[in-house]
Ligand binder design. Structure first.
Ligand SMILES: [Zn+2]
Length: 78
């Protein structure tokens, strides 16, 4: 019998609601960074599609460097 884990769901929803909608942290940025880089490499407007990541990269030097390193690595591999 399949049961829905309500506690897990509640924690997820709580996390979504309590996170400021206009700001993401380094963990969240890092989680989405590979997709952001892939879009950039594909010539898509990653900044427009993922504005929160773009916003974080502009404010966070560590993530910006991570992004640039990832971008350079994937470009070298291509
Ligand atoms: Zn960061």
């Amino acid at each position: 019998m399949m049961t829905l884990d309500l506690d897990t769901l509640k924690r997820m929803v709580h996390g979504i609601i309590t996170t400021r909608p206009d700001e993401i942290g380094c963990d969240e940025c890092f989680e989405q960074l590979d997709r952001f880089v892939e879009m950039t490499l594909a010539g898509k407007n990653a900044a427009e599609a993922m504005p929160l990541v773009q916003d974080h990269l502009e404010r966070c030097r560590a993530c910006r460097e991570e992004f640039e390193a990832l971008l350079a690595t994937l470009r070298a591999l291509d």
